[in-house]
Design a protein around this ligand. Structure first.
Ligand SMILES: [Zn+2]
Length: 295
């Protein structure tokens, strides 16, 4: 059975990119994210229908295709509302912006895949405050920016916190020791905030229910330090962004394909921004190129 019960009304569907479920009543439910593709969206609806549930609304934690790939199929079938933060809405409705963002121009064909560019869906409600009410049930929303600029976490009325990709599980860090980040300063604040939270249950999008989320946060922070140290060690002499990206991939022995390369490269840019803001490195222009060097 793929529908795992967490509390009285909170569940998740155990996909690789899991789908959170909150039972609003005997026939309606709310989803937190929608699965990695149209096929996962359809499978989610089938699993819910077997329990007599139809989708009333979706809250997306962030726009990434493995979290919103089921949006369009579910919205077409159920006419459900979709809730997202203001920034994520723009990406959910205009998926070309995702590969455009990491490539910095209209993307090459290998970047126009279903993970980086899923089908568009219509965000009917923009989340602006720290609560939303759906069918008289109040969901708390927390800002978890960093992994993306507008990522949010959702706390169900019975106290389950869904954190999207704000925390990566130990197992996944071991498999792929790199963290995708859009803004590292925001991300570190997010981890600090999550360390202080105290909810009965915390759910990671890749990994499920986690007991020791504070331990996982420490491991995430340690791995970020490893990446920072690789960069700081390498830019003792001026290096281009591309050289720095290649060094990170080599030192961490990261398996890459075209999508991975550009995702890592975009995240390395976020690390460089952070290190510039922290006054540890600076960007310089010399010999016809822009480089980064330690201060
Ligand atoms: Zn993500």
């Amino acid at each position: 059975m793929r529908l795992k019960q967490i509390t009285d009304r909170s569940y998740y569907i155990d996909f690789p990119s899991l789908v959170g479920v909150y039972r609003l009543n005997d026939s309606d439910c709310l989803l937190i994210d929608s699965g990695a593709s149209k096929a996962f969206g359809k499978r989610a609806m089938k699993i819910l229908a077997e329990r007599g549930l139809k989708v009333h609304s979706i809250i997306n934690t962030h726009f990434h295709g493995d979290h919103s790939g089921g949006n369009q199929a579910i919205q077409k079938a159920s006419n459900c509302d979709i809730y997202a933060s203001k920034l994520e809405k723009v990406f959910l409705e205009n998926p070309i912006l995702s590969p455009y963002g990491i490539y910095s121009a209209y993307p090459i064909a290998p970047l126009k895949n279903k993970f980086l560019m899923c089908e568009p869906s219509l965000v009917t409600e923009v989340i602006e405050g720290d609560t939303i009410t759906i069918m008289d049930e109040e969901f708390k929303i927390i800002n978890l920016a960093g992994h993306t600029l507008g990522q949010i976490g959702v706390i169900t009325p019975d106290g389950v916190l869904f954190v999207g990709d704000a925390i990566i599980s130990d197992k996944n860090i071991e498999k792929f020791p790199f963290l995708y980040i859009a803004n590292l300063a925001y991300h570190l604040e997010t981890l600090e905030k999550l360390r202080e939270t105290n909810y009965p249950a915390v759910v990671l999008s890749h990994g499920g229910l986690i007991k020791d989320w504070r331990g996982a946060i420490s491991l995430n922070e340690e791995q970020i330090k490893v990446i920072i140290n690789i960069i700081l060690g390498f830019v003792k002499e001026a290096k281009s962004r591309e050289e720095i990206c290649d060094e990170v991939i080599k030192k961490l022995d990261l398996p890459i394909n075209t999508s991975q390369y550009f995702l890592i490269s975009a995240s390395v840019s976020a690390y460089l921004t952070y290190l510039c803001e922290e006054n540890l490195i600076s960007s310089i222009v010399a010999e016809h190129k822009v480089s980064f060097v330690s201060k």
